[in-house]
Design a protein around this ligand. Structure first.
Ligand SMILES: Cc1cc2nc3c(=O)[nH]c(=O)nc-3n(C[C@H](O)[C@H](O)[C@H](O)COP(=O)(O)OP(=O)(O)OC[C@H]3O[C@@H](n4cnc5c(N)ncnc54)[C@H](O)[C@@H]3O)c2cc1C
Length: 476
């Protein structure tokens, strides 16, 4: 029987394990943290009964991922819940741009932009499954939906800052700029619209749901499915040398998967990896970072904009120019005075996370890579700007520096939560320009983390693609 070791149990490590086990491979997963899941952890951090998502919180990619659709995670108790408004982006005048499920519903509130909005997004919203199939596949694949993919490509090639000019109202421009900012880099770079286009289409097609019981519920369901297929999961063990795997898996594994950063992979493969590929792994740049703050609030956030009171996610920054400036500053290593802040109000869709009128609010700001300051006050002030009285609702809070983030998970290099800078070069060469970017250059060893296509998010497709390639390359 073929044996495999998977180092790391984030969504990609677990997806690789499930894909391999489904093909009859005997799989062992080794995870350094005390529990499997990587970026899918939840905990009662501050007050009893108030459940926070420590990393990922909103799951548009999970519900539309071809891998997730291929696994019956509902049978392991996983369910999603949707807020009334998927995303709100409040402005200083008290209004907000919002994403709703349904392109007509979203367009209806966008005034003079409604017709163009509908024309731009309807093709992708109506065929989100087809789009996801091609967008999440390995770079070199036979396109299943070439016309749709070409139309998408034409839209994402334009830098986000330039593509904003098509919108006539400040509300629409701010709304799209905020979603585009999920790319975590300057919005005047080519391909900087890519993440924005996909997430905006996904919000209108499938919504931006949350996992009932916290993102940890996804990890639990994936773990249960893996174990049902016979996968062995070892936690609390950091792999520092691939020779360790021989002991841990009871024999040298035939194939190995690294759900790690490229730099960590180069360390593990030192002496074995071709020099050119090792250099590319070590040169692979981390992106701008996140600075999370978890609040417990009493009542709700007193947003001025009504839509923000009903939204699962709120983008806090200001108008499109503010978003562009905040991302540019972070990319230059400057902490913005008014950073881009993402506020997750998952409890609106999943009230089981609250205790009475105490609610969790999981927030992070975009900050420069490796930022060493404390952004807590600046984040609180940004929220207060659009929700006067917010400070009075805070019962307790805790924040994590970029160093804390990397300590909690070595993949979060310098606080980068998206697996590497996503400028145009690294979006295409992730982490190397190759039709098979999962190959490490060492026979039988594959990289499968968010630093490989299709990139960040809880979708499992990097792990699934790497495992599928390995199965194809296995000697028969
Ligand atoms: C604060 C934050 C907010 C986010 N919000 C969202 C969101 O709302 N929606 C969304 O879709 N995504 C979100 N993300 C991103 C998402 O969590 C990641 O893109 C995703 O988890 C990447 O999956 P992965 O499997 O590649 O790696 P990870 O999830 O990072 O998992 C890697 C695992 O490997 C383990 N590991 C690494 N090295 C070793 C080693 N040498 N030995 C043993 N174990 C090792 C780590 O401990 C970790 O558990 C967020 C991330 C963070 C941090």
């Amino acid at each position: 029987m073929t044996t495999a070791a998977v180092v790391g149990s984030g969504p990609n490590g677990l997806a690789a394990a499930i894909t391999l086990a489904r093909a009859g491979v005997s799989v062992t997963v080794i995870e350094s943290s005390g529990a499997p899941g990587g970026g899918m952890h939840s905990a009662e951090l501050l007050e009893p009964g108030v459940l926070h998502d420590l990393c990922s919180s909103i799951h548009p990619m999970a519900v539309s991922s071809p891998f997730f659709r291929s696994v019956d995670l509902a049978s392991h108790g996983l369910s999603f819940a949707w807020p009334e408004v998927q995303l709100a982006h409040p402005l200083d005048d008290g209004t907000a741009g919002s994403l709703l499920r349904g392109v007509d519903q979203t367009a209806a509130a966008l005034g003079r932009d409604a017709t163009l909005w509908r024309a731009t997004f309807a093709p992708f919203v109506s065929r989100i499954d087809d789009l996801m199939e091609d967008v999440t596949a390995p770079p070199l694949h036979l396109l299943k939906h070439p016309l749709l993919f070409t139309l998408f490509g034409a839209n994402v090639a334009v830098p986000a800052a330039a593509s904003l000019r098509r919108w006539r109202t400040p509300r629409t421009r701010a709304l799209f700029a905020g979603v585009a900012a999920h790319v975590f880099t300057r919005l005047d770079l080519p391909l900087s619209s890519s993440v924005g286009m996909l997430l905006t289409a996904a919000a209108q097609a499938e919504g931006w749901p949350v996992a009932v019981g916290g993102s940890q519920a996804i990890a639990r369901a994936m773990t249960a499915e893996a174990e049902k297929l016979g996968v062995r999961i070892i936690t609390g063990t950091t792999v520092t040398d691939l020779d360790q795997l021989t002991t841990l898996t009871g024999g040298r594994p035939d194939i190995t998967f690294l759900d790690t950063s490229p730099g960590a992979a180069a360390d593990l493969l030192a002496g074995h990896q071709p020099a050119r590929q090792a250099r590319a792994y070590r040169r692979f740049r981390a992106g701008s970072a996140a600075f999370p703050v978890h609040y417990v609030i009493r009542g709700g956030v007193p947003w001025t904009a009504d839509d923000a009171r009903r939204a699962g996610c709120v983008h806090v920054c200001g108008d499109a120019a503010d978003v562009i400036a905040a991302e540019r500053d972070c990319a230059r290593g400057i902490m913005p005075d008014r950073p881009f802040v993402l506020v997750s109000q998952q409890y609106l869709a999943d009230p089981s996370r609250s205790a009475g009128d105490l609610h969790p609010l999981d927030v992070y700001a975009h900050v420069p890579a490796g930022y060493s300051g404390d952004a807590t006050e600046i984040i609180t002030a940004q929220i207060e700007r659009f929700a006067p009285g917010f400070r009075d609702t805070i019962v307790s809070s805790t924040s994590l520096s970029t160093t804390d983030l990397e300590r909690s998970n070595p993949n979060l290099v310098g606080g980068d939560i998206i697996g590497g800078h996503s400028g145009p070069v690294q979006l295409l060469a992730r982490p190397v320009l190759s039709p098979y970017p999962y190959r490490t250059g060492v026979p039988g060893v594959y990289l499968c983390s968010a630093s490989t296509p299709p990139g960040a998010g809880v979708h499992g497709m990097s792990g699934h693609n790497a495992a599928t390639l390995a199965l194809q390359e296995m000697p028969t």
